[in-house]
Design a protein around this ligand. Structure first.
Ligand code: DC
Length: 686
């Protein structure tokens, strides 16, 4: 896909399960490969960078076996790589290139390491210098100081401390630290300049310790590895969620109200980037943490505060602060970020260029960035000092924009805002794409070019972002209250997607019946629900490719759905599947627990009901209309029984939530009901 259009977004709330951390995934893979014994690695990130590492390790003779979704068993070499000659292509994966260079330089073989053109522009001289000091034979095949490289066998001497610079990339130190235990000799590394990104070194040391090698750290200047240490497998290891990825969602919560909760990192994380949450708190966001989660809400007074922060300790997550700065009450300065210049792209220059497009005044320094949230306007004198921010909530529409700012027809408004689409370049940099997607929370439409670049660390990023930002209209109510018809009309009018959750329960009942599973056998029905081979193809509903649109609408399947829907594990099995329907530009969800359980953060909640008699009559007409047999008295009794069962069950009983609007449709036409729901929806979405 060459671009992705994000609609103007206003709120962010919900829960996101983070993918595994890139840094931890690739370090863990390498350490497992060098260790004695097999390591079962769980929750490994599935991304470009980890794929590059997995391929590289296999090429180097390491057995890597997939043992389930995101789980691998790596059989370690118990020392240097067994394959002694190889050519490795490592894409743009710095977390694979640097550590493999060091490990291969100490492996006694002949190797060539190369990558994409951008990888060949990213410096590696400090690492090569460090390796040459101990006798390694590392040669530049292109420009001096940059990949591609060739490594040849050499005698390694570790008498003197290795002197390395730490001010370009901490990955050089990480690479040396992880590789040196291969020699079995005592080794000392001394920093000759200030070490940047210290929390990443902390991750390296903690993971090395998990694999049985301890490093003595004296301040951040000197690292000593005692001789005779070898990596040994910890057996089983779980990769933490990516704390840098958490930053986008936490910032979304801070900008878009929240609460947004990320799961996978929390108070007990080994990743320094969790400190991003502290930076957001400094901006006034309300942050809560648990051992394995962090939650962010907007400031109590609704407006983020400007900050001036040394970001050296959170280099990646600090990019997110640069975008959050657009929503602050004054200029924000991010300092000590020179390392941005040698990342996937020159991130200082790239960030400055893109933030300007979305209305920031940006001052770009050698190692800092100042972002002033500004007027989106040109030609209106005096507004600059007033600092009308990007998030003039409905600014994408010229009329709203003018009204909001009290401008007359003579004042000029920047054309891209009038057109409502701001095009964002992403520079083949996943973090640029993810960061700038937050600008849509300012109520503007944003076109993200090359959105696929997020695959480097977070292939499903935009789905996850949609699942906390796409507006939801939740329509709950008893059977035959007219929910389905009203929901479909509302969805059509707003151009939203539609979730008929009742159909999922009906499909589960039908699939269970076809599989010979009793509707009351909770574990078996839950297994059916978890793997439901259902597809929604326009009007058609397919089960294992079969059109079952009519088969699920019978009274019998309605009863079956109501029985299976009372089983807690069936509801749990269908929960994520229902949440995945939340996409841009929005979702209308109909069911029993849309507002209470599935989308508790829904902007607009409606409880639609009608008297049992009115509902029985509607169902009667429906069935007769389809040429199906129907009996009024039986239908009424059936409905009453079903209402009682849906309302009495222990999980998600049918009831109106406190924050839902009540709509009794007994005496309303469909048009009147639709208008009422649309009225509430429009009012709540503002
Ligand atoms: O809306 P419907 O008649 O298609 O729903 C069929 C059954 O599924 C209904 O009796 C209750 C159950 N259901 C539920 O428990 N939760 C939902 N969100 C939707 C339906």
């Amino acid at each position: 896909m060459s671009y992705l259009d994000l609609p103007p977004l206003r709120h962010a709330a919900g829960t996101v399960r983070l993918p595994g951390s890139k840094s931890i995934s690739n370090r863990t893979l390498l350490l497992a490969a060098l260790a004695e014994g097999g390591t079962r690695i769980h929750d490994l990130l599935d991304s470009d960078d980890t794929r590059v590492m997995l391929t590289g390790l296999r090429q180097l003779g390491i057995a890597v076996e997939s043992i389930g979704a995101d789980s691998y068993c790596v059989t370690g070499a118990g020392g240097a790589f067994p394959v002694k000659a190889a050519e490795l292509f490592l894409g743009n994966a710095g977390t694979a290139f640097r550590p493999l260079t060091a490990a291969l330089a100490l492996s006694g073989g002949r190797y060539v390491l190369s990558g994409v053109p951008r990888m060949h522009e990213r410096p590696i001289g400090d690492l090569v210098d460090g390796l040459r000091q101990i006798g390694a034979d590392v040669r530049y095949l292109g420009s001096e100081g940059y990949p591609p490289l060739e490594v040849r066998p050499a005698a390694i001497r570790l008498e003197a401390p290795i002197k390395v610079r730490g001010d370009v990339s901490s990955q050089f130190l990480t690479a040396l630290l992880m590789a040196l235990p291969l020699t079995g000799e005592p080794a000392v590394i001394e920093m000759t300049s200030e070490l940047i990104s210290k929390p990443y070194i902390e991750i390296t040391l903690k993971l090395m310790a998990r694999f049985g090698v301890s490093v003595q750290r004296d301040g951040w200047e000197r690292f000593t590895i005692a001789g005779g240490q070898r990596y040994s497998s910890p057996g089983e290891i779980h990769v933490e969620g990516d704390a840098s990825s958490a930053s986008y969602f936490l910032a979304a919560g801070a900008i878009g109200g929240g609460p947004v909760r990320v799961e996978g990192v929390g108070r007990d994380s080994i990743q320094g980037d969790v400190a991003f949450a502290d930076a957001l708190a400094q901006m006034g966001a309300r942050i809560e943490t648990g051992p394995n989660w962090i939650e962010a809400r907007g400031p109590a007074d609704g407006r983020l505060k400007a900050i001036d922060l040394d970001c050296n300790h959170i280099p990646d997550a600090a990019m997110t602060l640069a975008v959050a700065a657009l929503f602050a009450d004054g200029p924000c300065t991010l300092r000590n970020i020179a390392s941005w210049r040698v990342k996937e792209t020159d991130r200082i220059a790239a960030m400055a260029a893109e933030l300007r497009k979305v209305g920031g005044i940006v001052e770009e320094g050698g190692d800092y960035l100042t972002v002033t949230p500004t007027t989106l306007l040109a030609g209106k004198e005096g507004l600059g000092s007033q600092q009308v921010p990007l998030m003039v909530r409905q600014a994408h529409h010229e009329r709203n924009l003018r009204a909001h700012l009290g401008l007359s027809q003579q004042d000029t408004v920047r054309p891209e805002l009038v057109e409502g689409l701001i095009e964002i370049e992403t520079y083949d940099d996943h973090r640029m794409a993810m960061c700038l997607s937050l600008a849509a929370l300012g109520g503007v439409s944003v076109r993200i070019l090359d959105p696929g670049c997020v695959a480097k660390t977070f292939p499903t990023y935009f789905d996850a972002y949609a699942q906390i930002t796409a507006p939801v209209v939740a329509i709950d109510g008893p059977s035959a209250s007219g929910k389905g018809t009203v929901a479909a009309r509302v969805a059509q009018t707003l151009g939203y997607r539609m979730l008929d959750s009742g159909a999922l329960y009906r499909l589960t009942a039908l699939a269970a019946r076809r599989a010979g599973v009793d509707w009351t056998d909770e574990a078996a029905v839950a297994a059916v629900a978890a793997g439901l081979p259902a597809e929604f193809d326009g009007e058609k509903i397919l089960l294992s490719g079969d059109d079952v649109s009519d088969a699920i609408r019978t009274e019998e399947m309605g009863v079956g759905a109501s029985i299976v829907a009372a089983l807690p594990s069936v509801r749990a099995a269908l929960l994520e599947r229902q949440r995945a329907y939340r996409r841009w530009p929005g979702l209308v969800a109909d069911g029993r627990d849309m507002g209470s359980v599935v989308f508790p953060q829904a902007e607009c909640k409606v409880f639609l009901t009608a008297s049992a008699e009115a509902r029985a009559e509607r169902r009667y007409k429906q069935l007769i209309g389809k040429g199906m047999p129907a009996n009024m008295a039986a239908l009424l009794e059936d409905l009453r029984e079903r209402d009682a069962r849906d309302a009495a069950r222990s999980v998600a009983p049918l009831q109106k939530c406190a924050d839902a609007e009540l709509l009794d449709t007994t005496d309303l036409s469909i048009e009147q009901a639709v208008d009422a729901v649309l009225g509430w929806a429009r009012c709540r979405m503002q």
